[in-house]
Write a protein that binds this ligand. Sequence first.
Ligand SMILES: [Mg+2]
Length: 270
Amino acid sequence: MIHLFRVWNRCAARIRRAGQIALLFDFDGTLSPIASRPDLPRLSSSNRKMLQALAQTNRVAVGVVSGRGLRDLRGRVQLRGIYYAGNHGLELEGPRVRFLHPGAAAARADLVRIARELRKRLKGVSGVLVEDKTLSLSLHLRRVSRARRAHVRGLFARTVKPYLKRGAIRVTRGKLVVEVRPAVNWDKGSAVKLIRRQIQRDWSSRNILLCYLGDDETDEAAFRALGVHDFAIFVGGRKRTSAAVYYLRDPGEVEDFLTRVRSLRKARAA
Ligand SMILES: [Mg+2]
């Protein structure tokens, strides 16, 4: 893995020259630092300004791809003219596109049941949070004391086991969060491909430079969906097991990246 700014001159030349460019971001831990509670993160006003400017730049598309529900994500980002992919892409909205995965709602009844069972079993465990995102569920462990996390994970595993066994759901893991999703073959990579197809149609061009920035396990699917000429950028320092070629250290460096790309494309549009 290479620190993106170490080879910036080379990258900048490609970003400047690209006919069209799509900048896709995960939200938590990428555009916004991870907070102790999932309801806290907001997009900083400087990032919002920069993303809005980029979204309005000629031949630049912007998108946010998150595990959060679509409504929740929109409320936090509050930008017009960009793509929003919620629930890992099961629901997606953007300029001239609106998508809901046909299998997304299939697991709804099971998710409701699992949420109820989890809340019952985890009653009394301090800091644990079961978040119902309609098309998926998150169990947040960040505020659970270190000593109790294994216990909570165990209870979770026991709760979802029968559902997993009959193929009703799938389980994914992130940073101190475990998620229950419908058993459909759809992830952030699928969302990235869908956005790319949409942009190709809009711009009548197949030649689009894609940048994807993300910090977690579920972002790996998005990295894998990129082509060899695209920019897969892991956020969080050097990581041994990532499909990303480049890395940035933290959301602060992501903000720096936005500023740099903006000035490259602004100069080009002028
Ligand atoms: Mg993240």
